[in-house]
Design a binder for this molecule. Structure first.
Ligand code: BGC
Length: 803
């Protein structure tokens, strides 16, 4: 008996010790679910809430260089935007996340480290989209992705995909277009390029985050149709075509619910309707209620605060949050983490091929430039014209990109003057000296900016008629660079930003006048990140080159185009309206405050930028223009823009011919083909656009909508290429909120092949015999009260007269 007892006791002891000493499961070796089961509640709550960050104004061990942004982390990769928690006992490694759309943003220098960690500043997103070249976007993505990998970052917080609803949005430069198709296609290519390197993307800011002011408390009131057709469509394309590892939810509310707390947005639409497989992270400090965020499917809260983790623990203990929700979210994060380079033990070289990437940046910048005007073949500059007078601050002090989290810490930037010199031009020395001196003094006189504020731009150097005349007699040609910068936290202003300042107007008038008086030409180079007014001054110069913000190689790329080494082939992805008030959202931008601003009452009057940004006041914005955003509005409501969507000149000409459709009746799809011939004297490429005009029966329709685009290869003079397009049921359909479905209405459809939205070169039509329900979607994001949307007048629609 005694013996039996001893045996039982021994077995029990063995079992007990084995149980307690058995190794915990490890991620990668054991099933994810088992790993999660081994996590404590605290571990779970801290895991879904990131590791926090150092905010500007707090004691930073290393000062954050470059433009200010929300903050940075010092762990793993200094200057990255955030890091997820590691749990070594379970084999869970950290994931490092860093911005942004124009290139990787990390600190270029590190404490007690002599090495540098510069990244390539590529052209801004709007410029990349202006190439209309998905292969090039892929190539840029590959280069960016390589820097992400080699600098030890796991997730790249890009691309930005919000729609250019209004030209004054301060972050438009980080976004692609006013049109969701080109947005989605360029983003999908970019994501494929980045992710081909074995790192992930976080496409952002999901969704309808089209204003910076009060972005953290801005309630966007928008119809389901406008959401689905305009603001979500680009994201859908990117998710379905490229499966980004993660999606970043936006700061704003959509129809009364924070995007990061919206189950409709993050689960019904993103996962159920579109089949998204990765995880969702919040924008930095976005949303208010961590429990609601978890339930909505916002799996990771970034950069994470201890208060959020504590709230989650309490909610589980109080039975207000099901622990299974945390488990589900963690499972999604871990599934991505398994693919991450840090988890795989990939060591980073910290030595990407910056030289090769600079060449990609230069190529993309040259290809994204849009030639807006070129009277009497002013450009390219003839080989005899070597003496250039470069006017405008931006000739010497170029804007390579915007400010905030979309900024890049690059090793150098090439100014326009430098680029021209490199290309063999001579720059008028007297003028250069005047500008150098002026810029240096003006910069030194600038007050230190407040936290979060970028340095104020300096005002344009005044150029008198006398000075312009003196220079005109000595130079062959004048360049007048007009520069703009904008960025995170702030929207642009109409006066002195959208519209030119007085000094800028005088500059163009005086210089163009003086050069014309000597029989010489004047060219305006727009070094800008977003749309500006052009109608009031565009008759003055002989040529206008929209050079955007071209990244670190901007000056070289501009010289490539001015000299004719590269034939411009970029086209606009957003309309340039005649005046700001023509913009359909002008009366609803920015939002209106609905919460009293006690800071103002206390006489502070927005003095404390940090408070203004960290504690935004509740505001609302109504998207009354509905689906009529950008060219959809101008074309349907009959307003002539300054430069239309899709517009851009070339140094050669193209002829379009032979549009053929595979059928005149639509069943499942139609194949279109068109031939483009280079009929000019220079080799060049052409971005060809396919628009569809759909019948307006039950639903209003825009006059035209972009449904496809393609870019020719380099065509030599006389050479042609046939481009092919597939028109799918989806392309014919509109979102009908009553049925929560994409419906293609029966009737006649017109296919219009254009060099721009207003320069339609070939037309053909087909019919659809009966209504098609193309896809049924979840009922989601229904506005509580109706939105007072503008509607086109039917008769105007039916006449469909070209402007
Ligand atoms: C921006 C994001 C960015 C994040 C991390 C936020 O302020 O809105 O675009 O990725 O900061 O830097």
């Amino acid at each position: 008996m005694k013996y039996a007892f001893a045996m039982i006791a021994a077995i029990c002891l063995l079992a007990f010790t084995q149980n307690n000493c058995s190794k915990p499961p490890r991620l990668g070796k054991d099933p994810i679910k088992k790993v999660i089961a081994a996590m404590t509640l605290e571990e779970k709550a801290y895991f879904v809430t990131g590791t926090g960050m150092i905010m500007p104004g707090e004691k930073n061990p290393v000062p954050a260089p470059g433009a200010p942004s929300v903050g940075q982390t010092q762990s793993f990769v200094p200057g990255a935007a955030g890091t997820s928690d590691e749990i070594p006992r379970l084999g869970i490694t950290a994931m490092v996340m860093a911005d942004g759309p124009a290139g990787l943003r990390i600190s270029p220098t590190r404490k007690d480290d002599k090495r540098t960690y510069y990244c390539t500043a590529f052209p801004v997103a709007t410029m990349l989209a202006s190439t209309w070249d998905t292969d090039l976007a892929y190539k840029v993505g590959q280069a960016m992705g390589n820097e992400v990998l080699e600098y030890g970052v796991d997730i790249h917080l890009a691309p930005g995909m919000n729609i250019h609803r209004n030209p004054l949005c301060g972050r438009n430069f980080e976004y692609y277009s006013e049109d969701p198709l080109i947005t989605g296609k360029i983003a999908a290519s970019m994501v494929k390029g980045v992710q081909s390197r074995g790192v992930g993307n976080s496409i952002k800011h999901f969704a309808a985050n089209n204003t910076e002011k009060d972005r953290g408390a801005l309630n966007t009131l928008v119809s389901e149709r406008a959401l689905r057709e305009i603001y979500l469509e680009g994201f859908r394309i990117a998710v379905e075509e490229a499966q980004p590892w993660t999606v970043m939810s936006s700061y704003n509310l959509i129809n009364d619910v924070y995007a990061s707390e919206s189950h409709d947005l993050l689960t019904k639409i993103l996962r159920d309707d579109w089949g998204f497989k990765g995880f969702v992270m919040s924008d930095w400090f976005g949303g208010k209620n961590a429990v609601a965020q978890m339930n909505a499917g916002n799996d990771l809260l970034m950069p994470g605060k201890a208060s959020q983790a504590k709230a989650l623990i309490k909610a589980v203990q109080d039975k207000k949050l099901d622990e299974a929700v945390l488990d589900r979210n963690i499972e999604r994060i871990l599934a991505v983490l398994l693919q991450s380079p840090r988890f795989k033990g990939r060591t980073c070289s910290n030595n990407p091929d910056l030289k090769a990437h600079a060449a990609v940046a230069r190529e993309a910048a040259a290809d994204g430039m849009v030639l807006l005007k070129n009277s009497s073949a002013t450009l390219p500059l003839s080989s005899k014209m070597k003496g250039v007078a470069a006017f405008g601050n931006a000739s010497y002090d170029i804007f390579t990109g915007g400010t905030g989290s979309g900024d890049v810490n690059k090793a150098y930037s090439i100014s326009l003057a430098q680029g021209l010199k490199e290309a063999g031009f001579t720059i008028n020395k007297k003028l250069q000296n005047a500008y150098d001196e002026y810029i240096e003094k003006a910069k030194a006189a600038r007050p230190q900016p407040q936290l979060f504020f970028p340095q104020a731009p300096i005002s344009e150097m005044p150029v008198s008629r006398a000075l312009a005349a003196e220079i005109a007699s000595a130079a062959d040609v004048a360049l007048i660079a007009i520069g703009r910068s904008s960025g995170e936290f702030f929207d642009r202003k109409e006066e002195g930003d959208f519209n030119l300042s007085k000094n800028e107007r005088d500059l163009i008038t005086n210089v163009a006048g003086a050069f014309h008086a000597c029989g010489k030409r004047a060219i305006v180079v727009l070094n800008i990140g977003g749309v500006i007014e052009t109608t009031s001054w565009r008759n003055l110069p002989d040529a206008i080159l929209l050079a955007w913000q071209g990244g670190q190689e901007a000056g070289n790329a501009i010289a490539d185009v001015l000299s004719g080494k590269v034939n411009p082939s970029g086209k606009l992805t957003s309309t340039f309206p005649v005046r700001y008030r023509d913009v359909p959202s002008a009366k609803n931008f920015p939002g209106t405050r609905i919460e009293l601003d006690d800071r103002k009452a206390a006489g502070k009057n927005n003095a404390d930028a940090r408070d203004e940004i960290m504690n935004p006041k509740a505001s609302r914005i109504a998207y009354e223009e509905g689906i009529y955003v950008g060219y959809r509005y101008y074309e349907t409501f009959g307003l002539r823009p300054a430069y239309e969507f899709g517009y851009g000149l070339s140094y050669t000409t193209f002829e379009y011919s032979g549009l053929s459709l595979s059928s005149t009746t639509f069943t499942n799809g139609i194949h279109a083909a068109v031939t483009v011939k280079n009929t000019g004297k220079a080799a060049g490429r052409e971005a060809v656009q396919l628009y569809v005009s759909a019948p307006a029966a039950k639903l209003d329709k825009p006059f035209i909508a972009l449904k496809g685009f393609a870019k020719t290869r380099m065509l030599q003079p006389g050479e042609s290429q046939t481009l092919e397009f597939d028109i799918t049921p989806r392309h014919l359909s509109s979102f009908d909120p009553a049925a929560s479905s994409w419906i293609a209405e029966a009737g006649k459809y017109e296919v219009k092949i254009g060099a721009s939205s207003r320069d339609i070169r070939q037309k053909a039509s087909f019919k659809l015999d009966r209504d098609l329900v193309v896809k049924k979607e979840s009922v989601a994001l229904v506005p509580k009260a109706g939105i007072n949307e503008m509607k086109p007048i039917r008769t105007v629609l039916q006449m469909r007269r070209p402007l």
